[in-house]
Ligand binder design. Structure first.
Ligand SMILES: Nc1nc2c(c(=O)[nH]1)N[C@H]1C(S)=C(S)[C@@H](COP(=O)(O)O)O[C@H]1N2
Ligand SMILES: [Mo]
Length: 422
């Protein structure tokens, strides 16, 4: 491929290739007025914040008074409850690759339990020689690992199966995914200590919430990279994310990462719990049902511009977005400004991490022309993010889990952005 790179720009409708974007003067700054450089303000007056000392220190860090705290979006709960539902990460307001813990999406089947860690234990039992109870203190004595990885609900983006493109911000439509540094104990250590008996091939993980959510996980995954997570972005787990401990299964559907983890039952078959029979199964177009469809597909979304983040003045814009795949690292992200007819390679921030979101960027010269912005991710296994048509033709009507199709944002001549299907 390298010897056949087309001359840039390689895509139509104003999209800039990597080199063109980096070498571009964006002309977004204002001209310097005389005297402004020393005063620090545009008009040369002395700013109030340079005339007296700033405020004192505090234990927790508040945001700037000029940049109010961001909040989660799309909070929705089942009728008659305030805790059975979901909240979403405001993707359009964030950059980089770490989701602040405060803004990690939530999905709870029966609210957030307040668990006293001195009274909570993790039970490892079933087909083991030595059933064991682990306190939080005990878990802290085991070797830990920490990795930056995404967590995505398999219901994320499910509204996009609707025949007409739903309205909503990027976070409202796609915010059931977040990316954190997860720290904890590899499950293999705990199982080794419990001495798993021959023939054990599944583990049934159970949570300590009122929903008693439970999922069956194949032993291969448990021994490969599963952890009992105790830390999230360097601090103990937030209550909503499973304090004091949760299962974390990199790259797999969020539902299987059981929060408030209380038991691991070692078995020779899956338990066929409610969450792997009545729910979290995928009905195909031919009527067959796929079960235990755990890895999340390759996916990307442009977070800016996006609905509510409209364009203003004409000029060169930075298109920014996130890409991720349950199968490993993101290898490539392409961006189109003409609905997927022509593509330019986006720049990836730093080195893509496995099962982590990756930030991509691309330049777009917008001179008032309408456009349809789309991104398409490819992972290191060669999986390419599918079109909506491809995704929809495989599934039965109403099947909404594991939707990972291209997301297209139309930009009209006034710079207003809205969700469209291509
Ligand atoms: N015990 C328990 N674990 C759970 C859930 C739950 O309701 N109870 N929700 C699951 C679902 S559907 C998802 S998508 C993830 C969400 O994790 P988060 O709330 O930390 O984002 O947790 C999973 N683990
Ligand atoms: Mo979920």
């Amino acid at each position: 491929m390298a010897d056949k790179q087309p001359a840039e720009p390689q895509a139509a409708n104003g999209l800039l290739g990597r080199r063109a974007f980096l070498g571009q003067g964006l002309a977004a700054a204002s001209l310097l007025a005389a005297g402004a450089a020393s005063a620090g303000t545009a008009d040369g007056s002395r700013a109030a914040w340079m005339s007296r000392p700033g405020r004192g220190m505090t234990e927790a860090s508040p945001p700037s008074v000029f940049a109010p705290e961001l909040g989660r979006v799309g909070i929705s709960a089942a009728v008659g409850t305030d805790g059975a539902g979901a909240s979403r990460t405001p993707l359009e307001h964030l950059d980089g690759l770490i989701t602040p813990s405060r803004l990690h999406f939530e999905r709870h089947h029966s609210g957030i339990p307040a668990i006293d860690p001195t009274r909570h234990h993790l039970l490892v039992h079933g087909r083991v020689e030595r059933p064991l109870l682990f306190s939080l203190d005990a878990l802290h004595r085991y070797p830990m690992v920490s990795r930056i990885q995404f967590l995505e609900c398999s219901g994320n983006s499910g509204h996009l199966i609707a025949p007409q493109p739903p309205e909503g911000s990027c976070g409202e439509l796609h915010g059931l995914v977040s990316n954190s540094e997860w720290g904890g104990v590899p499950l293999g250590y705990l199982l080794e200590e419990a001495r798993v008996k021959p023939g054990a091939s599944w583990i049934i993980a159970g949570g300590a919430d009122a929903a008693a959510m439970a999922r069956s996980i194949p032993m291969d995954k448990i021994l490969d990279d599963a952890i009992v997570a105790l830390y999230q972005n360097g601090e103990p787990l937030r209550a909503a994310q499973g304090y004091p401990m949760r299962l974390f299964l990199p790259g797999w559907e969020g539902n299987a990462s059981v929060k408030w983890l209380r038991s691991l039952y070692v078995a020779d078959q899956p338990a066929m719990t409610r969450d792997e029979t009545a729910k979290y199964t995928d009905v195909q177009a031919d009527g067959t049902v796929h079960q235990f469809t755990m890895p999340m597909g390759v996916k990307s979304v442009i977070t800016s511009p996006s609905p509510g983040k409209d364009l203003g003045r004409q000029g060169v814009y930075q298109i920014s977005g996130l890409a991720w795949s349950g199968a490993g690292r993101i290898r490539r992200v392409e961006v189109s400004a003409d609905g997927g007819r022509s593509w330019a390679d986006a720049l990836l921030d730093a080195h893509a991490l496995p099962q982590s979101q990756t930030r991509f960027r691309c330049g777009w010269r917008w001179q008032g022309q309408p456009g349809v912005l789309v991104s398409r991710a490819t992972d290191e296994q060669g999986n390419v993010q599918p079109t909506r048509t491809e995704v929809m033709k495989q599934r039965a009507a109403g099947a909404f889990y594991h939707y990972n199709a291209w997301q297209a944002w139309a930009v009209n001549a006034s710079g207003v952005v809205r969700n469209v299907y291509v």
